[in-house]
Design a protein around this ligand. Structure first.
Ligand code: BGC
Length: 787
């Protein structure tokens, strides 16, 4: 080395550091790469960790302090003012924005709209409508100063009892993926982001933070990842949230196969990945796996990652990659751009969106002798069931929304001009007030606000009283309500199954009104599947109103009165018995098993006890045979099939056509309103693939769907549905490849999975094989059901 040059070099480096210290690059004017170059290792690690969950742990920040930018939001990223990096705000999702509605010392309110839950939206089968809902929801995100909505949630309804099914869309991955893409496109059209969650195979709440989902690569690829793949390909979600559970032995946030090999390398995702709140155990492993942001972040994670960075356990490339993903999101955010949010979104306009979209999602299961719409002769209505008076707008936990009001069914009926049986109304209101007084939530339980509140039990009015009501009133409505939310799965007794009192109420009311020649309508104010087979013969009509957002009562009245014609269809199967669902053999429905999970927020402690099935691990023995794929392939009777729903009118399907391009199959069908009133029809396209002994195929699989616009009586619309030939593939575990077998395919144009209207043959002469990586393998073989 030339000694003379040393002073110059020293001088240059001093000058450089001084310039740097005085004028560090600022995000925005400097590029993400320049900012990353200027960051210290400590700053990089800080950025990987969120700032904690204010109000939950009692601290406003776990690492660093950004304060409460938007009270009630779930968290923020870490701000580094030195480099012009602001904190951005993340808030739940998915039925609307979850923030605190009132702030201390502030007269203004910050209510958000409770939109219909995910299941209700899926039941619309209308992706354009869901995009409109997303647009309205995203506007509230933007106008309340939030940058990322922690939604949509698209886990598969693997089993009827999952406590969060209401947040999710469907038992079918195509419905889930298309709905999530529509929601993402709608929300993100406002310039804010979404977080697709929970990636992946998070299908039970029991011990959700310790449970290992043991599942074949085929079922993962075809069922549990497919919806995410569709959403990633058809929208550009800013973020994805890894789930709590393990998949084949590795926690999702620590799972490189999942977060890097599949998500980024195979699907080309280039957004950000964050953990679910407190998800994962090994922070450095998460960094390596490609989980960019750890939420809400803990000091221990910060220390562990920093130590690994310093000791070489985390390579610089991984660290920088994750930091860049976060910085790119920040640059895109409204907060970074200095958006002047109003804190005054148009809640009235959004109430109209929620009312309309909920109406399209409600499903008419039964309508004997055209009991509905209510004839003009119906003036006075008798409303039975607690939920007629205390309507459930959505589920609980992080999927809850702090809305300004919920329209009860009775309020909705009154708004629609009906009179209510006032004696009955008074009896219910007095009873509910008394029961609620007894069941007040424990103010010392910090989780109480997250958990379903105890609802009063039902009662059966005395037979003389019922007879009297039946004389006075023109129709009986009975609402059956259910609520659930994160942390716990639903129970069989008293939740999936009706209670004895509920059954007796339906029996007694139907009988009393029948005796007067009057009709009984049951309204199901539910977030997921319940048993219907044993009692559905009793009422004249059954309407699934779901948990349909804050305008619920108005929407039900719109449908009952005929102002709207039902056009929703079930996004999941209603089985006859709970145990009929193939997944029920491996789900924590048994209270004795659930008890072993230890309850509690963090799930079962890792205390070295022998692993318990369905608590510590869950074996997906049903494999790809989830929902109708099982019921139809194994020819099981169901109470109501997937895709089913009645209308006040009827539709004919005519003139089926099929054509092919090199890559696509295009099916079209004329849908004709053959009844007397306007209505919409959801058309489903299923495929039956040629059987392959080494790769058993389900009897049918949904590949596409579409919905007509409102057709007047006699009006016709051609619905065109496209399927990529490569999407006819099944995943072959042996070859680690998607394989489309040559042979004869049947394209089934259907009104439900059990109502095929037209069959169009398609012959493929050449196989299509798409190799994938050999990842997410089972650690030990599992037994799977065979058709
Ligand atoms: C839930 C997530 C939610 C997060 C933040 C977790 O308990 O599983 O869905 O986004 O909390 O509230």
């Amino acid at each position: 080395m030339n000694i003379k040059k040393i002073p110059f070099l020293v001088m240059a480096s001093v000058l450089f550091s001084v310039a740097h210290a005085q004028d560090p690059p600022q995000l925005g004017s400097a590029s993400v790469d320049e900012v990353v170059d200027a960051m210290t290792p400590e700053e990089k690690v800080r950025l990987l960790i969120g700032t904690g969950m204010a109000g939950f742990s009692g601290e406003t920040a776990v690492v660093g302090a950004t304060g409460q930018l938007v009270p009630g939001a779930a968290g923020t990223t870490y701000a580094i003012p030195r480099l012009g990096i602001p904190a951005v705000v993340l808030a739940d999702g998915p039925a609307g924005l979850r923030i605190t509605p009132v702030r201390e010392g502030d007269d203004q309110t910050y209510y958000a709209t409770a939109f219909p839950v995910g299941t209700t939206l899926a039941a619309t089968w209308n992706t354009e409508l869901v995009e409109q809902v997303g647009k309205a929801m995203g506007n509230e995100v933007l106008e309340y100063g939030v940058d990322v909505l922690l939604a949509p949630a698209l886990n598969i309804h693997r089993n009827p009892l999952c406590g969060r099914n209401f947040e999710y869309y469907s038992e079918d991955p195509v419905v889930s993926g298309k709905m999530a893409a529509a929601m993402t496109n709608g929300v993100q059209s406002n310039g804010v982001g979404v977080s697709l969650k929970h990636f992946a195979a998070n299908n039970q709440e029991t011990n959700r933070m310790g449970n290992d989902s043991r599942v074949t690569p085929r079922a993962l690829r075809e069922i549990y990842l497919k919806g995410f793949e569709i959403a990633v390909r058809e929208s550009a979600p800013w973020t994805i949230m890894s789930s709590y559970n393990k998949i084949n032995g590795t926690y999702a946030p620590e799972n490189h196969d999942l977060l890097t090999t599949i998500l980024r390398d195979e699907w080309g995702y280039d957004g950000m990945v964050m953990t679910d709140w407190f998800g994962g155990k090994d922070a450095p492993a998460m960094v390596h796996a490609g989980n960019d942001l750890l939420m809400p972040g803990t000091p221990q994670q910060y220390e562990a990652i920093l130590a690994a960075v310093k000791e070489g356990g985390i390579c610089e490339a991984d660290l920088n990659r994750n930091v860049k993903h976060i910085l790119r999101l920040i640059v895109a955010s409204p907060r970074f751009k200095g958006y002047a949010f109003s804190n005054r979104p148009d809640l009235q306009a959004h109430a109209a969106v929620t009312r309309q979209s909920a109406g399209e999602g409600m499903v008419l299961l039964k309508n004997d002798a055209a009991a509905l719409p209510l004839p003009a002769s119906v003036k006075q209505v008798a409303a039975y069931g607690i939920s007629s008076y205390d309507f459930i707008s959505g589920g609980t936990g992080s999927g809850d929304v702090n809305e300004a009001y919920t329209v009860s069914l009775v309020a909705g009926l009154r708004n629609a001009g009906y009179r209510l049986n006032s004696q009955l109304k008074e009896a219910y209101e007095t009873y509910i007030a008394g029961e609620n007084e007894k069941n007040k939530p424990d103010p010392n339980n910090p989780l109480a606000a997250f958990m379903p509140k105890v609802r009063p039990g039902e009662f059966v009015p005395a037979s003389a009283t019922l007879a009297q009501h039946a004389k006075e009133s023109d129709v009986a409505l009975i609402t059956i309500g259910r609520t659930s939310g994160e942390f716990a799965d639903r129970t069989l007794e008293g939740d999936f199954l009706l209670t004895d009192v509920e059954k007796k109420m339906i029996e007694a009311v139907s009988k009393a009104y029948k005796a007067e020649g009057k009709k009984t309508v049951v309204i199901l104010n539910i977030g997921g599947v319940i048993e219907t087979a044993s009692w559905k013969h009793l009422p004249d009509a059954i309407l699934v109103a779901w948990q349909s957002g804050q305008e619920g009562g108005n929407t039900v009245a719109d449908l009952l009165s005929g102002k709207m014609n039902p056009s929703g269809k079930l996004p999941m199967t209603f089985p006859v018995h709970y145990m009929d669902a193939a997944s029920s053999a491996n789900f924590p429905w048994d209270p004795a098993v659930v008890k072993l999970a230890g309850g509690g927020f963090m799930g079962r402690p890792d205390d070295g006890r022998d692993p318990v099935a369905n608590v510590d691990y869950t074996t997906y023995e049903e494999d790809i045979f989830v929902g109708y794929r099982y019921f139809d392939s194994f020819r099981k009777e169901v109470s109501y099939p997937f895709g089913y729903g009645l209308s006040y009118t009827t539709f004919e399907y005519d003139n089926p056509m099929i054509r092919e391009t090199p890559d696509e199959v295009i099916v079209s069908i004329d849908v004709i309103n053959s009844g007397t009133i306007p209505g919409k029809e959801a058309v489903q396209l299923y495929v039956t693939a040629p059987q392959n002994p080494s790769l058993p195929k389900p009897a049918k699989e949904l590949k596409a769907f579409g919905k007509t616009s409102e057709l007047k009586a006699g009006e016709k619309q051609t619905v065109t549905l496209k399927v990529a030939k490569s999407d006819l593939a099944s995943y072959d575990n042996e070859q680690c490849a998607w394989v489309v077998d040559p042979g004869r395919y049947d394209m089934l144009v259907a009104a439900s999975s059990r109502d095929v209207r037209q069959t169009l043959p398609l012959t493929l002469t050449e196989p299509i094989i798409r190799k994938t990586n050999k990842v997410l393998q089972l650690q030990a073989p599992i037994t799977i059901v065979q058709p």
